[in-house]
Design a protein around this ligand. Structure first.
Ligand SMILES: Cc1ncc(C[n+]2csc(CCOP(=O)(O)OP(=O)(O)O)c2C)c(N)n1
Length: 644
């Protein structure tokens, strides 16, 4: 109440209404040690309703997490505080994941709970044995993503996942009855969960429900009936308690009603001591765990530590270099989705923490290599996840798997359906989560499925997302290089845009040097002084090379620059960019997508050969002709511009 009042903004209602639930959880159940909020075998607590952040910050402060001082509470929502408006895992010790967009937390928690079971299957109960608790609000459960999440968790029998629902029947517009009449208990039960109702202000009832949930063979929903803004004389139980400071009068009234006579931010010693004790509750367990880790054979221990720290194995670079040499010796004219599979055959061996999966497009995405076994309900020894047709749920689960630690997750669907996954991909970018998205069928090159399935604006939209890296490799060698960069990246997500259609192998050199690392490089120099530069990505590199040949035949020298990652290229120092862009007077960009973004390379007067609207349904070669993305069209445009 005091922090929200001081900040003059924020959400007091949830922290006040859910304080009883949180107190039972943190003092009686949560396995954690405030002295080490990153201990790998801690229970995870995820505040899905991120707007109630002050509840989480209060808990971190009271239990004694280092750095979470009372001053941080006083600086709630101020620049550079550890107490931003919504929880950010990269700013605040003890915050497991960024939440705020409703539904993301509960869906991310599925990934946490799954990663726990998978790591347990690899390392056993001695090292991995914890729960994932979620505090979710009405809004979390109304969002569509919650359905994908709970259906997946129920199907996989993720019994370490326990959701405490702050069932207060209030949202921003007023009573929930304005817009919702779902029986959530029945919905969760239908999805394979235990679901029970308790009085959310009865600590004993909450305690009994959590105890029972811990013994279940299924995930559990505990619907905790609460009063939003509990204690506030006029605002309790109304939407007025949701998202604004209580105001002096209401705040004073609430303190009286709750029997609290202390000054703002003042915590009496007996209460502080009790919470500090709760914060130390897991210390003995953590120390015993550390002893068990120490007792492991050196190699196994080092591998576990490497994985939970998120360090990549040295074998990755070697494996990719070897593969590239093999591809130079035996060129593969395959779709880049197939090239990705070829790369994954060796990369999955080199990177044991890489976990793949698809939203029901496994045979199209080519993500399941022969050496990977799929996990199934109750059997988590495997590295492949059938996410079902749940792109959004998949992307959020991937965030949770990565944040849990021990794994690098990659999920797949068609590039056009990044729209269905985008809110979770945005969390990955914002929170710096190293997730990989394998997005195949990346243009009109997918052909007959038509414009509903043909992405045109998606590359630009993903490139516009800060910290998202977008790769669009041109052949099998670039695909291997892009996979290497995606996996070596530990500070954010990567999207691999891959073709359905076959492509020739355009790269002639292999070796350890990753030519894609600057995002763009000269693939084919001009035969003489270049009069134009053709920049192309992915499947259009082949077309640019054909145009180069046509122009060469007319004694018009042009160079071709392959651009496997436009955003990475644009992030290079000016000098590097200038050198690769070169000084040929005519600049052409070729990409079977919209122009947005390419002006940074070719300028507003550069020639763009690509898409200017939605695609169409036809065999892909006909589409390339229809939309004018051909070598002839490029050559003709270059010569016309030259002759102007
Ligand atoms: C995806 C998304 N849509 C909208 C919002 C804005 N918003 C924040 S809280 C909230 C609903 C509040 O109701 P509830 O979830 O029941 O929380 P409570 O009022 O109980 O705190 C909304 C619509 C959001 N944070 N995320």
């Amino acid at each position: 109440m005091d922090a929200v009042e001081t900040a003059k903004s924020g959400h007091p209602g949830l922290p006040m209404g859910a304080a009883d639930i949180a107190t039972v959880l943190f003092t009686k159940f949560l396995k954690y040690d405030a002295a080490d909020p990153t201990w790998p075998d801690r229970d995870r607590f995820i505040l899905s309703a991120g707007h109630g952040s002050m509840l989480l910050y209060s808990l971190l402060h009271l239990t004694g997490v280092k750095g979470m001082t009372v001053d941080e509470l006083k600086n709630f929502r101020k620049l550079d505080s550890k107490t931003p408006g919504h929880p950010e895992n990269f700013m605040t010790p003890g915050v497991e994941t960024t939440t705020g967009p409703l539904g993301q937390g509960i869906a991310t928690a599925v990934g946490f709970a799954l990663a726990e079971r998978m790591l347990n299957a690899e390392y056993g109960n001695d090292l991995v044995d914890h729960h994932t608790y979620v505090l979710a609000s009405d809004g979390d459960l109304m969002e569509g993503i919650s359905q994908e999440a709970i259906a997946l968790a129920g199907h996989l029998k993720l019994n370490r996942m326990i959701v405490l629902w702050d069932d207060n029947e209030i949202s921003i517009d007023g009573p929930l009855s304005l817009s919702d009449s779902v029986d959530q208990v029945k919905r969760f039960q239908a999805c394979g969960w235990n679901a029970v109702r308790v009085d959310g202000h009865d600590p004993k009832a909450i305690q009994r429900a959590i105890s029972k949930a811990q013994k279940s063979d299924r995930p559990t929903l505990i619907a905790c009936k609460t009063v939003i803004g509990y204690g506030a004389p006029k605002k309790a139980g109304t939407s007025k308690a949701h998202g604004e400071p209580l105001g002096a009068e209401e705040l004073a009234g609430a303190k009286t009603a709750l029997g609290w006579s202390h000054a703002p931010f003042e915590i009496p010693d007996n209460i502080r001591d009790a919470w500090a004790k709760a914060g130390k509750k897991g210390r003995r367990l953590r120390k015993a765990w550390a002893e068990r880790l120490k007792a492991l054979p050196q190699e196994k221990r080092a591998e576990f530590e490497r994985r939970v720290k998120g360090e990549r194995p040295k074998a990755l670079a070697d494996a990719v270099a070897k593969l590239k040499d093999r591809l130079v010796a035996e060129p593969q004219n395959v779709a880049t989705r197939k090239a990705s599979e070829i790369a994954l055959e060796v990369i999955t061996e080199a990177v044991p923490e890489l976990v793949l999966g698809s939203a029901d497009l496994t045979p199209s995405n080519n993500t399941k290599t022969k050496n990977l076994n799929a996990i199934s309900p109750g059997n988590y020894a495997g590295r492949y996840i059938h996410y079902g047709i749940r792109e959004h749920g998949m992307a959020a689960a991937i965030n949770g798997i990565a944040l849990h630690g021990g794994y690098v997750p990659a999920g797949a669907t068609f590039l056009v359906f990044t729209d269905y996954a985008r809110p979770a991909m945005r969390i990955a970018a914002l929170a710096g989560i190293p997730a990989v998205y394998v997005m195949t069928h990346d243009s009109i090159g997918l052909g007959e499925d038509g414009p509903t399935h043909q992405p045109v604006e998606h590359l630009a939209a993903l490139r516009a997302m800060p910290k998202m890296r977008v790769f669009r490799p041109a052949d099998a060698i670039e695909t291997a290089e892009c996979w290497q960069m995606a996996l070596e990246r530990t500070d954010g997500p990567s999207t691999l845009a891959l073709t359905r259609q076959n492509l020739p192998q355009v790269r002639k050199v292999g070796g350890a040097e990753n030519l894609s690392a600057t995002g763009a490089y000269e693939l084919s120099p001009a035969n003489g002084k270049a009069r134009a530069t053709l920049f192309a990505s992915g499947s259009e590199v082949e077309i640019a090379l054909a145009a180069q040949k046509l122009l060469d035949e007319q004694s018009f020298a042009v160079r071709v620059v392959s651009v496997p990652s436009l955003d990475l290229f644009l992030a290079q120092p000016e000098k590097v960019r200038a050198q690769i862009i070169g000084d040929a007077p005519i600049k052409v960009a070729v990409e079977a997508a919209v122009r947005f973004g390419w002006d940074s390379v070719i300028g507003p007067d550069g020639i763009f050969v690509g898409m200017h609207g939605f695609g169409a349904s036809a065999p892909y070669k006909d589409l390339y002709k229809h939309f004018g993305i051909t070598a002839e069209a490029i050559a003709e445009k270059v010569l016309r511009t030259h002759n102007l």
